[in-house]
Write a protein that binds this ligand. Sequence first.
Ligand code: SF4
Length: 446
Amino acid sequence: MNPAPPATLVDKYRTRAPRYTSYPTAPQFSAIAGDTVDAALASGDGPLSLYVHIPFCKSLCLYCGCHVEIQGKRGIGAVYVDVLLAELDLFCARMKPGRTLAQLALGGGTPTFLLPADMARLIAGIRARLPFAADGDFSIEIDPRTVDVDYLNTLVDIGFNRYSFGVQDFDEAVLEAVKRRQTESVVRTALETLRKRGNFQINLDLMYGLPHQAVESFGRSLDIVTDLRPSRIALFQYAHVPWMKPAQKVLEKSGIPASPLKSTLFALTVEKLGAAGYHAIGMDHFALAGDELVSSQASGTLQRNFMGYTTGAGLDQIGIGVSSIGYFRGVYAQNLKKREDWQARIDQGELPVERGLALSPEDLRRRRLIMSLFCNFAVRWPVEEDYTAELERLRPFEADGLCVVRPDRTGVDVTPLGQHFIRNLCSIFDQYFEADVASRRYSVTA
Ligand code: SF4
């Protein structure tokens, strides 16, 4: 990847565009018949991927774009676990028996908001319904402020083998501005604790584009990160969407960095992580040699879903918990977002799906193109598929050196410079994009 694109190109291509963690994107979801969801679930077989959403957080980080519920009472997690397991029963009753779990991901919110005993009960309950595959990925997102040595040991004991820590930055002024007070030592202790127990895959999440971030201080944070040596690093650009997340408005008072600084911070990250031995993966991930993301990218089997870039091609994905999204057999299904509504539906013995989409053959074709571009920075299509209009709209991108259309017009390769503009390039193949962007539903690309 080119470290930094010229400012003229950044300005030229700045727009609002999806991050394509799904295609079609969530704004296209609408009411979906229960029979459609049931039929898709019943038709699947083989190992599964399960996402579990724990929405609770103790306090709100001002940059947050997740579906969260600020909660003071940790005991509420016990009831939430009961309902999650009841929801999983509803899914299992609709699927063929004998399915196993190849991937489990707990995200949020803050999964470690749950008390350790509730966490252990949740995992035992999932295991009893869906046996864990011997070589599976069992991952959890951790807010380092919520775990002590005992809690981390519990997570290891109950079978997690992948740990992802939200860090964002180590600079005090930045953390103060976004209301996420967390020290370097708390992160360092957590990693040391896990490393005493085994050779686990550890990811750190960073964020750029936050108030008070500057080249020198962000460079220092990156030095701490490379010293901690996680096997993966995800670097997300802050998505300012105050019309959806009103708390973000407060950050405008502290000053949100403009595009040239954001580009410089991104370039600095590429340079520093590259020098420390990390491979750039897709749009915003980095991994050490030996990590599965590196081999997946090399073999063209990298995937993208609501968790970002992953391995695990072709698995049916089930989502439980408020607001979770699943994708199985060409059907997206998203749960109700309000906890009371979600629970009431499950209490009635019904899946708490609120919206979704059964993909048309055209959606499936375009989904394949967009995911290939996002994961492999290249796409090929059969000669009988016609994308004349799209190729026409790619001409300015090609003229600016961002992509190369194959001479036989059956594919596109993204250049290293063009990788910075991958959201723009993918939007060319998104048949809903023009209507969507007019309603300002997405964050800016740069
Ligand atoms: S801990 Fe994570 S999910 Fe919770 S408010 Fe902060 S950023 Fe959002």
